[in-house]
Design a protein around this ligand. Structure first.
Ligand SMILES: Nc1nc2c(ncn2[C@@H]2O[C@H](COP(=O)(O)OP(=O)(O)OP(=O)(O)O)[C@@H](O)[C@H]2O)c(=O)[nH]1
Ligand SMILES: [Mg+2]
Length: 481
């Protein structure tokens, strides 16, 4: 990756924030005039508002309640740590929109907020109840402060406003009712169905409304669910890879004072417990052939626009790898493949991201990588993201240090480049890179290791905890995916 690209990637969220801010200002200043005129033309919507006359409510009160309801919901969004920036952006946009409408003599100039303070309060209370529910009273709860319904309601209100505004602005239609005080009058129909406005204006407004809805939809999204599947031959480090990803998420959790729990699965905790020892060794045994472990957890990715990312995968014994393609493609010879294998294949099909492991140790020892089944699997399951991972890269890190005199952890981007060069010399790996797409790179991860008295590579432990490298970048990659 070149310098500027890396700079953008590292500051991705800040760029995104500036981009969103500009977009919201554009939406507010271009769409508000449309809304204003739509209101002046509106027949159906106006009639809906006129029904108030039947119960004798003034338009001013309705406007006061709706405006305070909306700002009450926005306020909740701003209180929600995950939606703070989005809330502020929408708040600024709404103010710009209100000012634009005021300059057309609409809304604010006609309402007296202070004179109707009881209705302002009513709107805010309704907003609080709709958006916060019971959790708003629960100040001391230690769960994450998420006001999901507030964000959803803001999204719903704004989208509805824009769509209705767009239709009222551009459509002319016969409307026979006139609602007056205490009565509904039939009117002779004056107009026919027609589209109002130039086609260029129509197109531009349609694009703006569409883009606005997509943007606000992204604003109110909390979760990015990722269904992974980690593929690798026997002993390639599948189980430890998933444990490493979880340990990294756990470290972030403790560092960031995050409130969102990781919710690890029981199987994952069992694996973590196995690794968590004082003595030398891995203590994580080879996954047994009949065993399937459901490993999942979630973490929060991003500071400006945080999102919950749910990582889930199934851990299985590496022996199955070579049988997976046959099952997926339906070319299995055996009449009745084992259940475990069927479930593995099902999960590969369901996953949206395949994580393919390449064992650095095997490469260094010139042993067969046994990654040939990846080709069939990637081909049989089109339209999946593919992430290539070099596991056990500590052996390459050592080589990197002796060749370049650099520490792999400190110079991680250079190390990653080095790993790609080294592994790329293998023909099969090269073909795999080509298969996975032009932009694909191999991402190295490893546990810091030392060689013990009997010549075995064992994880380094400081007070019982292992140190991992590359998983931090991995979580970022996965979160942005
Ligand atoms: N040097 C080094 N060795 C590792 C690393 N990760 C895993 N290993 C070694 O690889 C072995 C297998 O790791 P596992 O995670 O159990 O591999 P697996 O793919 O789940 O294996 P199966 O369950 O048998 O398919 C471990 O016992 C370690 O000896 C690493 O980061 N560095
Ligand atoms: Mg395993």
């Amino acid at each position: 990756m070149s310098g500027p690209v890396r700079f953008v990637m590292r500051n991705r969220e800040k760029f995104l924030l500036v981009g969103y801010a500009i977009a919201i200002l554009i939406f507010a200043s271009l769409l508000s005039p449309m809304l204003g005129q739509a209101w002046q033309r509106a027949e159906l919507t106006r009639a809906l508002f006129q029904t108030r006359l039947l119960i004798g409510l003034s338009l001013e009160i309705i406007a006061v309640v709706l405006v305070s309801l909306f700002f009450g919901l926005l306020g909740l969004m701003i209180l929600d740590t995950k939606k703070r920036f989005q809330g502020v952006l929408l708040f600024v946009g709404s103010i710009v929109g209100l000012l634009a409408l005021s300059s057309m003599g609409l809304l604010l100039p006609n309402i007296d907020l202070f004179g109707n303070i009881q209705w302002v309060a009513a709107g805010l209370v309704v907003g609080g109840v709709v958006g916060g529910g019971r959790s708003i009273l629960d100040v001391n709860s230690n769960g994450p402060r998420e006001f999901r319904s507030a964000s959803r309601a803001v999204y719903f209100l704004l989208s509805a406003l824009m769509v209705v505004g767009f239709l009222e602005y551009h459509l002319e239609y016969p409307f026979p009712l006139e609602i007056a005080r205490n009565e509904v009058v039939m009117e002779p129909v004056a107009s026919e169905f027609a589209v109002v406005g130039e086609s260029s204006e129509l197109l531009m407004n349609a694009v703006l409304v569409g883009a606005f809805i997509v943007t606000t939809k992204r604003f109110v999204q909390y979760d990015a669910e990722r269904d992974f599947f980690v593929l690798g031959p026997t002993g390639s480090g599948k189980s430890l890879f998933l444990v490493g990803a979880y340990l990294e998420a756990l470290e972030r959790f403790t560092q960031d004072d995050s409130e969102t729990p990781l919710n690890p699965s029981q199987d994952l905790i069992n694996l973590v417990g196995a690794l968590d020892r004082q003595g030398d060794g891995w203590f994580v045994e080879a996954t047994r052939a009949q065993e399937l472990e459901d490993l999942h957890f979630q973490y929060v990715h991003g500071n400006v626009f945080p999102k919950n990312v749910e990582v889930s995968s199934l851990d299985y014994a590496g022996e199955w790898l070579e049988d997976i393609p046959d099952i997926i493609m339906g070319t299995e010879d055996a009449d009745d493949p084992p259940n475990t294998l069927k479930r593995v294949a099902d999960n590969v099909r369901q996953a949206d991201t395949l994580i393919l492991l390449i064992d650095s140790n095997r490469w260094l020892d010139d042993e067969p990588l046994e990654i040939e089944p990846y080709f069939d699997i990637v081909q049989a399951t089109e339209e999946k993201n593919v992430i290539l991972i070099a596991t056990k890269a500590d052996v390459l890190a050592e080589q990197f240090r002796s060749e370049r005199g650099l520490d792999a952890q400190q110079y991680f981007p250079d190390f990653k480049e080095y790993v790609n060069e080294q592994l790329g010399t293998n023909q099969t790996v090269q073909s795999l890179l080509a298969q996975a797409g032009s932009a694909s790179e191999i991402h190295p991860v490893y546990y810091q290791t030392t060689v013990d008295d009997s010549g075995e590579r064992v994880p380094m432990r400081a007070n019982g905890t292992v140190t991992t490298v590359g998983f931090d970048e991995l979580l970022d990659m996965v979160g942005e995916n």
